[in-house]
Design a protein around this ligand. Structure first.
Ligand SMILES: NC(=O)c1ccc[n+]([C@@H]2O[C@H](COP(=O)([O-])OP(=O)(O)OC[C@H]3O[C@@H](n4cnc5c(N)ncnc54)[C@H](OP(=O)(O)O)[C@@H]3O)[C@@H](O)[C@H]2O)c1
Length: 272
């Protein structure tokens, strides 16, 4: 019988992290959470020395590192914090334990999609740059980088992820302008969690590397909304098509997935 793994999980209070936490526990893994609140190991990733000191006390087999300053606006407002949290703290975790670093399709500039795992990052935003540097540092320490796309599906506060953001705007009667000219390969958060945990199983034996965990279809944010409302019998009232004019937002960061998906895009949308 396989020995129970002890997994150090960061980001467990976040959108993806809550799904990861549940999925790890349901597989029988032992989980030690690390983060700035409600964690077994309370640490602010903005303080690399604190991270270093906390990690000395941690006993785990592997790290699943999903904690990040994930909002593009927050990163743009404080690039140093973005670098400390998304890059420096990640390096410290990867130096200490075999680490799977959750990264993003936004490390690409969008000019040559679809992107395979061997494509070179060329980030346009502060967020993308901090994640790309985190990737480099984690890989140099022998960790595995897994890039995920825009995530959707249920969130704990009803406001995170592409589908809950959309639903909450529809429920609140807020007007939304959604881009017709930005393309990604969105993935259900539960499928992302399952895929990441499957990749984590192979981690201790691997020496660095990058994998892509992309969704089943390339789609714009506006077309995503059309599909979502159709599946749920809602209407598009208040949702308008828009064109992106922000140079820090890449136009097409579709990923070529290295992991086979178990369900269709419509099945994922129905579960959102
Ligand atoms: N959501 C997406 O569509 C998407 C797409 C591509 C990649 N990703 C990647 O997936 C991962 C998870 O994203 P998410 O959407 O779940 O983000 P999220 O909901 O914002 O969660 C971020 C997590 O990181 C923690 N964190 C933030 N700053 C911290 C700090 N200074 N010290 C310690 N912990 C800190 C947060 O803790 P608090 O609860 O205390 O804030 C939270 O647990 C990230 O690496 C992100 O780059 C997400």
């Amino acid at each position: 019988m396989q020995r129970t793994r002890r997994v150090l999980l960061s980001g467990a209070t976040g959108y993806l992290g809550r799904h990861l936490h549940r999925a790890l526990l349901s597989r029988g893994d032992e989980v030690v959470t690390i983060g700035r609140r409600e964690a077994d190991v309370v640490t602010d990733f903005g303080d690399p020395e604190e991270v270093h000191a906390s990690l000395r006390e941690v006993a785990a087999d592997v790290a699943l590192h999903a904690g990040a300053l994930s909002q593009m606006g927050a990163c743009a407002a404080d690039p140093d914090a973005a670098d400390r949290i998304n890059a420096e703290a990640s390096a410290r975790i990867a130096d200490r334990l075999p680490t799977l670093y959750v990264s993003t399709d936004l490390v690409f500039d969008g000019s040559s999609a679809p992107y395979g795992a061997d494509a070179a990052p060329a980030p346009l935003s502060v967020y993308g740059r901090s994640k790309a540097r985190g990737e480099e540092l984690v890989r140099a320490a022998g960790g595995l980088v897994v890039r995920v796309p825009l995530l959707f599906g249920p969130s704990h506060d009803g406001r995170r992820g592409a589908s809950d953001m959309l639903r909450s705007a529809l429920v609140d009667g807020r007007r939304l302008g959604l881009f017709v000219d930005e393309f990604r390969t969105p993935l259900h958060v539960a499928d992302a969690a399952r895929g990441l945990i499957d990749l984590l199983a192979a981690l201790p034996g691997r020496a660095g590397g990058v994998a892509h965990l992309g969704g089943p279809e390339r789609i714009s944010r506006f077309a995503f909304a059309e599909r979502f409302v159709a599946v749920h019998g809602l209407d598009m009232d208040g949702i308008e098509s828009a064109e992106s004019a922000d140079p820090t937002r890449p136009r097409d960061v579709s990923l070529v997935s290295d992991v086979a998906l178990r369900r269709s895009f419509d099945a994922m949308l129905r579960d959102s």
